[in-house]
Design a protein around this ligand. Structure first.
Ligand code: ADP
Length: 165
């Protein structure tokens, strides 16, 4: 049986920290479904289509990765996709509380689905979509923290001059 994991998140936008988790997840699973959760109460900078496009372009050379979005309960979506695992990345201590609560809740909702945590890559331990957005808003150099397409989209969003133009 194929081992499938769902990697859920907002991906607003996808960062190199996320990509590191996906690459390492692929060493454990036959397929990783990167899925944007639609019913989150967060305000997003990028629309769903923009976030999906950035994921598709950034992950285009990675085999066994599928990009999708879903609404409703994550465990129900996992069952629908024949996945037995939820993949999450864990950064410094601040992630722990929330991730622990989510993992316990998901296990209560469906104890056949396991949550698997991968420690963030050392290089990406302080990288988050929100911090990158803040830096990009004021033209901070975020080039080596995000895929090229994300760097370009952020600059466009904040009306900054694209390098090379
Ligand atoms: P959410 O809105 O669910 O927090 P995110 O898109 O921000 O969604 O993150 C999705 C998952 O990726 C979460 O498990 C988060 O902890 C993890 N993650 C985010 N940034 C990094 C990073 N730099 N390194 C490792 N994991 C990360």
């Amino acid at each position: 049986m194929k081992k499938i994991a769902i990697y859920p998140g907002s991906f607003d936008p996808v960062t190199n920290g996320h990509i590191d988790i996906i690459k390492r997840g692929l060493r454990l699973f036959d397929k990783v479904i990167v899925a944007i959760l639609l019913n989150s109460s967060k305000n997003h900078l990028f629309s769903l289509d923009e976030r999906l496009d950035m994921l598709k372009i950034s992950l285009k050379d990675m085999p066994n990765v599928q990009i999708d979005s879903f609404e409703g309960l994550l465990v129900d979506y996992a069952v629908q996709q024949n996945a037995h695992a939820i993949l999450r990345g864990m950064r410094v201590l601040s992630d722990f509380d929330y991730e622990f609560q989510m993992a316990l809740m998901n296990r209560k909702l469906n104890n056949k689905i396991q949550t698997v945590f991968l420690m963030a890559g050392l290089k990406w331990i302080f990288t988050s979509s929100s911090i990158i957005k803040e830096a990009a808003r004021f033209d901070g150099d975020i080039d080596n923290m995000v895929p090229d397409i994300v760097g370009e989209k952020l600059k466009k969003k904040f009306n900054l001059k694209l390098s090379g133009n």
